[in-house]
Write a protein that binds this ligand. Structure first.
Ligand SMILES: [Zn+2]
Length: 57
């Protein structure tokens, strides 16, 4: 199973970055800028994905 790079945002300084998700390191994740551990994973935006109503039937 490949490790995907996921977007994160620091709640302390607002810094956004991407980083491979490693479940073993999930607890010690911290912002690379300010070292805060108030980091949240963002949902990846896929702008090219068609809307359900535009899919052919
Ligand atoms: Zn930060």
């Amino acid at each position: 199973m490949p490790i995907l790079s996921q977007p994160f945002r620091c709640m302390a300084c607002g810094h956004e970055y991407e980083e491979p998700v490693d479940e073993e390191r999930e607890r010690e994740r911290q912002c690379p800028r300010c070292r805060s551990n108030s980091v949240r994973r963002l949902k990846r935006v896929v702008p090219t994905q068609p809307k359900p109503e535009e899919l052919p039937t």
